[in-house]
Design a protein around this ligand. Structure first.
Ligand code: SAH
Length: 346
């Protein structure tokens, strides 16, 4: 009968120190191991070369390191890289490296599959299997950082939680991962370079405000009219726009952080004048930025990108109302790495 080994990265630094004391060793040993696990991202106990052989063996007997494995790696002709990430239990998620002239962004997953049901998103077709652990989120970032150094000769500069899953439905683990990513004992990245993107879970947006988080918030809005949003993002029936808006108002009052909205304009769905007018009314309460995202087709054409005239109209009306607009071109389409295309096609 084998004992069930514990995931060593589920332990805090204090718990690791305590473990060593109980083993009759020095608490300091815990610090050494902690550094190997996080800052140095060790894949195995054998990598921990400043520990004695017997200490490494003892750790091996008690714990596992559930490090991710980057299974396949596809490179797009625009420099985008997609990682299929195999987890210790065999499940797979995806993460993406997106290079621009000035930065490298990691787009990471927070769940295996997704429990939301956005009709235009490929990940929604996979049911939610489980939440990712903090170390599994952290590992995705480390992998992209290494690829960025390898292919672009520079470290990773930004992170967006826009891969598979709804980060606010795995809030505690996402927060723990971000703690490690921003800690000097982890990657030491600035929280200002991290964006958490949500479909809008009002209760959790308020919690983020109460927790005084330092990262940025983006909301996938796509429509400011309930009847329209209900049809494209059916969970909107549970969390209607009025509740979302109230939560965002709370967020803004507490954090004074500008809110970014992600928005795709589709033909015949939200490309009317009244759609953009509703959007203007919705964002009025706080300084806002609207990212108009290009649609990445995922199926037989139920959804189609709106005409350029509709996008122009959005841009004109928003700017006339002092709302910042950016138009975001998709990257990595040829390898199914663009927004909403992550679904383990294989
Ligand atoms: N669940 C989170 C994060 C994952 S989705 C959220 O909803 O924000 C990341 C972004 O991609 C969201 O803004 C989402 O609405 C958008 N998206 C999903 N499918 C898309 C598609 N087919 N084309 C373009 N953007 C898409």
């Amino acid at each position: 009968m084998g004992i069930i080994k514990k995931d060593i990265r589920a332990l805090t630094k204090d718990q690791l120190r305590e473990f060593f004391v109980n083993e009759g060793d020095k608490a300091f040993r815990g610090n050494q191991v902690y550094e190997w696990l996080w800052q140095k991202s060790a894949h195995s106990f054998d990598d921990m070369t400043n520990l004695s052989k017997s200490t490494r063996q003892m750790l091996e007997n008690n714990f596992t390191i559930n490090h991710i494995k980057v299974d396949t790696m596809q490179r797009s002709n625009d420099g985008t890289v997609k990682n299929a990430v195999r987890l210790h239990d065999g499940l797979v998620v995806e993460s993406v490296l997106i290079p621009t002239e000035s930065r490298t962004t990691a787009c990471v997953s927070s769940q295996v599959g997704c429990s939301l049901d956005c009709r235009f998103c490929a990940t929604a077709r996979l049911k939610r299997m489980r939440n990712l652990n903090p170390d599994e989120i952290y590992d995705q970032v480390v992998a992209i950082d290494q690829e960025s150094r390898l292919y672009h000769n520079r470290p990773l500069s930004n992170i967006v939680f826009m891969g598979m899953g709804e980060p606010l439905m795995n809030y505690n683990n996402v927060l723990k991962a971000i703690d490690k990513i921003t800690s000097p004992e982890g990657l030491g990245m600035s929280p200002k370079r991290i964006v958490v993107s949500t479909s809008g879970v009002p209760k959790m947006i308020k919690k983020m405000a109460d927790d005084s988080v330092k990262f940025k918030l983006a909301v996938s809005l796509h429509s400011a009219i309930d009847e329209v949003r209900d049809t494209i993002m059916p969970f909107n029936k549970t969390f209607p726009l009025k509740d979302l808006r109230e939560a965002l108002q709370y967020w803004y009052t507490k954090t004074k952080n500008r809110i970014t909205y992600e928005y795709v304009v589709w033909k015949g769905i939200n490309d009317r004048r009244i759609d953009v007018e509703a959007l203007v009314r919705f964002c009025k309460f706080a300084p806002s930025k609207v990212n108009l995202i290009e649609y990445n087709p995922i199926d037989d054409g139920e959804f189609q990108q709106a005409n350029p005239e509709a996008i122009d109209m959005y841009q004109r009306v928003l700017e006339a109302n002092s709302i910042t607009v950016t138009i975001r071109r998709s990257r990595g389409k040829d390898i199914d790495a663009a927004c909403g295309q992550l679904a383990n096609k294989k």
